[in-house]
Design a protein around this ligand. Structure first.
Ligand SMILES: *[C@@H]1O[C@H](CO)[C@@H](O)[C@H](O)[C@H]1NC(C)=O
Ligand SMILES: *[C@@H]1O[C@H](CO)[C@@H](O)[C@H](O)[C@H]1NC(C)=O
Ligand SMILES: *[C@@H]1O[C@H](CO)[C@@H](O)[C@H](O)[C@H]1NC(C)=O
Ligand SMILES: *[C@@H]1O[C@H](CO)[C@@H](O)[C@H](O)[C@H]1NC(C)=O
Ligand SMILES: *[C@@H]1O[C@H](CO)[C@@H](O)[C@H](O)[C@H]1NC(C)=O
Ligand SMILES: *[C@@H]1O[C@H](CO)[C@@H](O)[C@H](O)[C@H]1NC(C)=O
Ligand SMILES: *[C@@H]1O[C@H](CO)[C@@H](O)[C@H](O)[C@H]1NC(C)=O
Ligand SMILES: *[C@@H]1O[C@H](CO)[C@@H](O)[C@H](O)[C@H]1NC(C)=O
Length: 250
């Protein structure tokens, strides 16, 4: 236990700016609670990303949907992100926050069904190596986790406190690309994360920041592609790595 913890802490420190790391292993929850996820407030009070475009998470089975409400960032701790995620999977659905989906790392928030326990819900955080797709355990404080699974539709909501997308350059603390995708479970292990949507960099604090929307699932970009007008906020960030404070509460 002690050893695992130390390894986790070391790997977390190597990748994330960590003012303090404590706690034990990954989070896991098994309480099914009612979770309602709708488009109400999309583009007004919450930022929504989804695939297929404009799909309705309350009625369309295959709709992979996420919404984010970011509190006004306060230095130096950043912003609290209230997230909702909903998708269809026999294994897990996940939301990733990154700066560039093809390099560095992605902080991955995973909502899954435990098929060996009657489809009960559980939650994990993982760090994804964007170069080779490896998923590794990581410490990230997450609170207010709620989830449910019904007919392989996984719905969850959670809050990520004190997110700060710091980079080598000045940028909004709330500028992240959101990745949505699914994966299968191999027993208790997560198989690789299959990215089905890459939002491109968005200001999570601006519910309209992805209007006009959509982008191909991969980030094949030219070095100056941030200035093509599709993602106004992309211009703000160039070379950077995801750098979330890694603080795990009790
Ligand atoms: C979710 O929706 C159902 C049906 O509309 C409703 O009965 C329930 O109270 C709602 N739950 C929450 C937490 O809003
Ligand atoms: C779900 O969304 C897809 C894509 O928008 C659409 O083709 C399909 O008809 C929708 N299904 C339902 C049941 O609304
Ligand atoms: C984000 O982190 C940077 C560097 O750690 C800090 O200077 C900045 O004030 C933080 N911003 C917010 C909004 O917390
Ligand atoms: C984030 O949430 C914590 C605890 O609720 C609160 O103390 C803090 O002020 C919030 N931060 C922001 C930037 O809203
Ligand atoms: C599995 O879950 C369903 C729906 O929640 C419930 O009706 C059923 O009794 C459960 N089965 C077992 C074996 O726990
Ligand atoms: C990601 O994988 C690549 C290739 O295996 C490796 O060179 C790199 O160090 C890894 N990055 C992290 C942050 O683990
Ligand atoms: C990844 O997703 C795509 C599109 O949904 C699907 O065609 C493909 O089979 C998936 N790959 C894996 C390994 O699950
Ligand atoms: C993302 O990373 C790739 C590979 O390192 C790089 O070619 C590309 O320019 C980066 N994109 C942005 C917008 O920084």
């Amino acid at each position: 236990m002690e050893r695992t913890l130390i390894l986790l802490v070391v790997s977390a420190l190597m990748v994330f700016v960590a003012p303090g790391v404590r706690g034990t292993g990954h989070l896991s929850f098994a309480n099914n609670t009612q979770v309602n996820i709708t488009r109400d407030g999309c583009g007004v009070s919450k930022l929504c990303v989804e695939t297929p475009d404009d799909c309705d998470p309350s009625s369309n089975k295959t709709c992979l949907f996420a919404s984010v409400i970011a509190s006004t960032p306060m230095a130096p701790s950043g912003s609290n992100l209230t997230m909702q995620l909903r998708g269809y999977s026999m294994g897990y659905v996940a939301l990733g926050l990154t700066q560039n989906a093809s390099e560095g790392t992605t902080m991955l928030f995973v909502c899954a069904q435990n098929t060996s326990n009657n489809g009960s819900f559980f939650f994990r955080t993982r760090m994804r190596n964007n170069t080779n797709g490896d998923l590794s355990p990581t410490e990230r404080r997450v609170r207010e986790i709620r989830g449910m699974v019904e007919d392989n539709i996984i719905k969850c909501e959670f809050e990520v406190p004190e997110a700060n997308a710091t980079s080598m350059r000045n940028s909004a603390a709330t500028t992240f690309a959101i990745l949505l995708g699914t994966g299968s479970l191999n027993g208790n292990m997560l198989d690789s994360f299959n990215v089905t949507l890459n939002s491109g960099r968005l200001n999570l604090a601006d519910p309209t920041s992805n209007v006009p929307t959509t982008m191909a699932p991969s980030t094949m970009t030219t070095p100056d592609s941030g200035s093509n007008g599709v993602y106004p906020h992309a211009v703000l960030l160039l070379l950077s790595v995801l750098s979330l404070p890694v603080v795990l509460g009790a």
